[in-house]
Design a protein around this ligand. Structure first.
Ligand SMILES: [Mn+2]
Length: 259
């Protein structure tokens, strides 16, 4: 068993508590691994949007909530930035709940002095901004894909095909390339960061984890806890890392340090 690692910050987004797809067990294992000074929850944490069509809430999902509350109580600085699936919380921006601060956005300075904008990211998504019904359709389709993916994973395991393969991830990459469903998301994000004179951004929303530098701007996306099970870690020296978590608590991948 691994010893808890002390880090400076954790950044998580798109947990989608309240849905069938939420990988709460993996998230619990991930949280167990890291102790942090700051925990940033960057939106779509509780999926009120999907819960209006049906609630799927498990004991593990309760544990996630309890763990977060407990961390806040024990002095970890917890901040929640609402996303579009938990936009009901946007009414409480500026308020605090049991040591958890709710903010619309935040500028975080890393240990090595880089200033990062923290947001959910739907603000940059032309589809969710202007065509809510397309977003809802896409959401239903995505949930369907995630469920289908569970069946395919089982089949692949039964046939002893090794390695994890994600149908949702595959479809997302294909769709994105073909129709550019979430068009120019990263471009818009990077432009905004530059205009505001910041060094980078940490966001979520598009369920596509990333950690890269483009023309001197750091683009970091937390990914999600529905399909990819990814989070961002800031180490005590300010080094940033994208961590991918896989089934059975096994911690594989990936150490991509920022330049
Ligand atoms: Mn979102």
């Amino acid at each position: 068993m691994m010893v808890t690692m002390k880090v400076r910050s954790l950044f998580l987004s798109d947990i989608h508590l309240g849905t069938r797809g939420c990988q709460a067990e993996s998230l619990i294992a991930f949280l167990r691994e890291y102790e942090a000074d700051h925990l940033f929850l960057l939106g779509d944490i509780i999926d009120f949007w999907s819960m209006s069509r049906g609630i799927h809430w498990t004991a593990a999902q309760n544990t996630v909530v309890q763990k977060v509350l407990r961390r806040a109580r024990h002095g970890e600085q917890v901040m929640l930035i609402p996303g579009n699936h938990d936009e009901a919380l946007r009414e409480y921006i500026g308020a605090s709940f049991g040591d958890i601060r709710i903010s619309a956005e935040h500028i975080h300075t890393t240990a090595d002095g880089r200033r990062l904008l923290l947001m959910h990211g739907d603000e940059f998504d032309q589809v969710t901004r202007h065509h809510r019904w397309i977003a809802v359709l896409g959401d239903i389709g995505y949930n369907l894909l995630v469920r289908l993916n569970t069946a395919i994973s089982w089949l692949r395991r039964s046939l002893r095909i090794s390695g994890y393969w994600s149908l949702a991830g595959y479809a997302k990459r294909r769709v994105k390339r073909a129709v550019s469903f979430i068009f120019d998301f990263e471009d818009v994000v990077i432009r905004t960061v530059r205009e505001r004179g910041l060094d980078g951004i940490v966001c979520g929303h598009i369920h596509s984890a990333a950690l890269r530098e483009t023309d001197g701007v750091l683009y970091i996306n937390c990914g999600d806890w529905v399909d990819s099970c990814t989070g961002i870690v800031e180490h005590p020296d300010g080094r940033l890392e994208l961590v991918e978590w896989r089934q059975a608590g096994a911690r594989v991948l990936t150490l991509r340090a920022a330049a």
